[in-house]
Design a protein around this ligand. Structure first.
Ligand code: LHQ
Length: 261
């Protein structure tokens, strides 16, 4: 049986591929459990960046609506349980990773699939890809952090329109709205995403982890609290081997070699 989640290592970064293309990489319980295990593996490895992508013509169509456990279980389904058990830990996991996470959205990203992509640090999308907050079409609420991240990325008016209408948002418009970092030609997506992951993995990744922590704090902090946080994080950054190397390389007019420490 082929793995529903593939984990590969390239240079200093890990590549996680959602691999149920016949169902547009929609999630069932097995896939969630395998993804969780593969993220454990990647986090325990020496990888200094993570690239998440999908196999086939879709990135991820969210929950597998044909999954027996969700749709045809005994009695009324408890979708809250599904979120508690699978989706919420996944989003917390992706948001909490210290290493930079690049998402290459190779095709449609619908329902939870869209919000899993948006939980990543840098989202690239193929020009033919699209984002659909499909939840409203089946009577559900955007989950996987959608109601939290969408208004923060695109403002309340656009977030509300996306969530209430469930219309397909093209990758080009997603870029124009600031939902994602960049939209690239389909045949350039893989090359650009790998180049970005490779680049990030060679950077002072302990510093990048502190930058991620600063932005996480800024989502709820006052300016005063954020200034204090910046002071604390800069203090930590200033004590890294990579900071010393960065300054030394600048002064010596050479290329720095960062270790992520
Ligand atoms: C699928 C799916 C799919 C199964 C395509 N499931 N087979 C969390 C907690 C618990 C429960 C509920 O939900 C959640 C969070 C959520 O994610 S809710 C939202 C779930 N996702 C959706 O509602 C999206 C459903 N899919 C679609 O609307 C379309 O498939 C999109 C717009 C994504 C793509 O459309 P097309 O490009 O026209 O492809 P297609 O519809 O022909 O799909 C290709 C195949 O993939 C097809 O199978 P078939 O055997 O007919 O070739 C689909 O049935 C299957 N597929 N999404 N979520």
């Amino acid at each position: 049986m082929s793995e529903t989640i593939r984990l590969d290592y390239r240079d200093d970064y890990a590549v996680v591929t959602l691999n149920r293309p016949e169902r547009l990489n929609s999630f069932n319980a097995e896939m969630h459990e395998t993804l969780s295990a593969r993220l454990d593996d990647a986090a325990a490895s020496s990888a200094r960046a993570l690239l998440l992508t999908g196999e086939g013509r879709g990135f991820c169509a969210g929950q597998d609506l044909q999954d027996r456990n969700v749709e045809r279980g005994a009695g009324e389904p408890d979708l809250g349980d599904s979120l508690e058990r699978y989706y919420n830990p996944l989003i917390r996991r992706l948001r909490g990773l210290d290493i930079p996470v690049v998402c290459a959205v190779n095709g449609v990203a619908a329902g939870a699939g869209a919000n899993i992509a948006l939980a990543c640090d840098i989202v690239l999308a193929a020009r033919s890809a699209s984002f659909i907050q499909a939840f409203c079409k089946i009577g559900l609420v955007p989950d996987s952090g959608g109601t939290w991240i969408l208004p923060r990325l695109v403002g309340t008016a656009r977030a509300t329109g996306l969530a209430l209408l469930g219309e397909k948002l093209s990758a080009e418009r997603a870029e124009a709205w600031g939902l994602i970092w960049r939209c690239v030609d389909d045949d350039a997506l893989s090359g650009e995403a790998h180049a970005l992951a490779r680049h990030l993995a060679a950077q002072p990744t302990s510093g990048l982890a502190l930058i991620k922590r600063a932005f996480r704090g800024s989502l709820h902090n006052t300016l005063d609290q954020q200034l204090d946080l910046e002071r604390d994080l800069q203090r930590a950054a200033g004590r890294t081997v990579d900071y010393r190397e960065g300054v030394a390389a600048f002064v010596e007019k050479r290329k720095p070699v960062f270790k992520g420490r």
